[in-house]
Design a protein around this ligand. Sequence first.
Ligand SMILES: Cc1ncc(COP(=O)(O)O)c(C=O)c1O
Length: 400
Amino acid sequence: MNFHTKIVRGLTSNPSRKYYSLILTEIKKMTDLYQIQNRSEILSPSLLLFKEILIENIEKIIKMAGDPARLCPHCKTHKTIEVIKLQLERGITKHKCATFAEAEMLAEAGVKNIFLAYNIVGPNISRAVQFLKTYPDVEFSVTADHEKPIAQLAEAMQKANQKIHVLLDIDTGQHRTGIPISSEAKNLYQQISATEGLISSGFHVYDGHQGHTDREERAVAIDIEWEKVVAFRDDLVNSGMEVPRIVAGGTGSFPVYAAKEESSIELSPGTCVYHDAGYTNKYPDMVFTPAAVLLTRVVSRPTPNRITLDLGYKAVASDPPAGERVTIPEMPDAKEVLQNEEHLVIETEKANQYSPGDELLVVPTHICPTSALHKEIQVVENGKVTEQWKIFSRDRKINI
Ligand SMILES: Cc1ncc(COP(=O)(O)O)c(C=O)c1O
């Protein structure tokens, strides 16, 4: 039995390890992909970005959308001005974000159409006013799903003599935010449309719960909800309201919405610009390649079958479940047995081939929170680290 067959057998007999078997083929490809000449000079743990792969991912996104004007990608994955500039250069002019720091980063990068897909409450209401005053040439949109913050936002806008675009946040089943399609939702949209200081600009439909690995099953589930959204939109339009935009989806639903001939759809994938091992596994139909990886070093070999890496949960996202935070392309049997703030302990049959100081490149399971743990990303081009890009909006607040 060769090494990989053994791993697959072991994984199959233990369903919780199925995760790795699914991406085995992908990670074998990755071993050849991530080559750097000067890696012994790089501090660890470090986040590295393979620029050629990033550009390929951006171009694949545009190709799938058919036209960059159909896109409103989320910037939360990279939080980086340079990535936005690469997208702007390729005609992606509308951008989505989740925080005021990200909105500010987008504005500083030169984006003129910014959608902060978050319900504005508390002190963020005055931040919205400040944002509009600071960037008067930006079309700025936010979400809402409740009459109280809508009224408070309107009052602040009227006082400041400003106008803000508001998209009704529709809950299509994730039950995170939003309002289900209903007469109450229609009343809310009417409230937005009729209130001075607010411009009713359409819907926000985020469906991160549609995580079916099977593309067909995913498409069917998304379509059921989409038809209700379209019927609701038609009802509002027939009642005399305008619904110009429907900003929809993330990476999982991106190909499904991209295939629709519906002029109001704006596609808002986020993760696939960098992609990661989690989505490689979850969405095997996706054509993207992880562009950001972590450089880590062995710091100890505490037992004959263990190595310890400098990759604690202050360096890589620690989303549950434990034991699945990274994929190590050159070590597909690696089992994560312990993680602390600055340590990740791995058990592997290959442990005796490693000693302290050895470097490894690993692919994070979830890149978005991983990026936010790093101050900068080391950009690799033609196999060499050439520059550092600041993870600009990792802080909660920049100026506004
Ligand atoms: C509101 C919203 N839109 C878009 C996205 C992007 O989704 P994905 O990470 O699947 O690309 C997210 C991700 O969290 C999100 O919360």
